[in-house]
Design a protein around this ligand. Structure first.
Ligand SMILES: N[C@@H](CCC(=O)N[C@@H](CS)C(=O)NCC(=O)O)C(=O)O
Length: 238
């Protein structure tokens, strides 16, 4: 039975205690939100998903996090408003295939910092190059390629970025490489990054990614809660 009350809803079975589900403010195409949703799905954590229209953010979200950026995860006792922290929180709840690897921690953090910092800047310039007419689009693409080439070298050595199994860093970085690749997919597919192409293709086809990309209308106060993952979908994501 669902009991809906303002910003929370509660799931209650016949003899179970009331249990509050987390609320995730998200935007379907946002790479930060994608990495958060993929990790929640992997960790089998059900949230109430609130799709945000970025041009008109809900007041309930802004009241939780004045940064005004998605994803925002509202838990019973805390608000998590950085995507990496959402990932770490979810993996702290459940990590069936050991995405969190203590031995890879330092390399993981270095790569994510490179991705979220300089690479994200190059990606934005490349994707929205018409807003930055100082240089041609190919110039911005070449700047981003430095990171692509470094990932390709890692993927020549391992099936995934830092190991022969996916770890947190793959999921954290994949949505950004996806975005970069789809600015000009024909160019990406013929670029000299065959290992990266294989890796991107693997995640694009993965049930984890596909299961994280369901379409939803923008959430409005008073809407019926929409659960993610949807209870009607198969949960075979490993
Ligand atoms: N450091 C944040 C960045 C999140 C972020 O920048 N999200 C973008 C969407 S992809 C956003 O919400 N931007 C606010 C806006 O466009 O108004 C995180 O990792 O969660």
């Amino acid at each position: 039975m669902l009991i809906y009350s303002d910003s929370y809803y509660f799931v209650k079975g016949p003899s179970e205690p009331l249990k509050m589900s987390p609320v995730l403010y998200s935007f379907r195409r946002c790479p930060y939100a994608i990495r958060a949703r993929m990790t929640l799905l992997y960790a089998s954590i059900t949230v109430e998903l609130r799709e945000v229209f970025l041009a008109d953010k809900p007041q309930t979200m802004l009241a939780l996090s004045s940064k005004g950026r998605v994803p925002v995860l509202q838990l019973a006792d805390q608000v998590v408003d950085e995507s990496i922290d959402v990932m770490l929180w979810a993996l702290g709840q459940s990590d069936p295939d050991s995405w969190l690897r203590q031995d890879l921690q330092s390399q993981t953090l270095t790569l994510i910092a490179e991705n979220d910092g300089p690479f994200k800047t190059h990606l934005d310039y490349y994707k929205y190059w018409d807003r930055y007419p100082q240089q041609p689009q190919a110039f911005y693409r070449q700047q981003g390629e430095v990171f692509l080439a470094s990932l390709d070298r890692l993927l020549a050595a391992n099936t995934f970025l830092l190991a022969d199994q996916p770890t947190m860093v793959d999921i954290a970085i994949f949505p950004f490489i996806r975005q970069f690749a789809f600015v000009d997919k024909l160019w990406f597919d013929q670029a000299p990054y065959s290992h990266l192409q294989r890796w991107l293709d693997y995640f694009l086809k993965s049930p984890l990614f596909l299961g994280s990309m369901e379409k939803a209308a923008a959430w409005q106060l008073g809407d019926r809660p929409r659960l993610f993952p949807s209870p009607t979908k198969s949960s075979n994501i490993h």
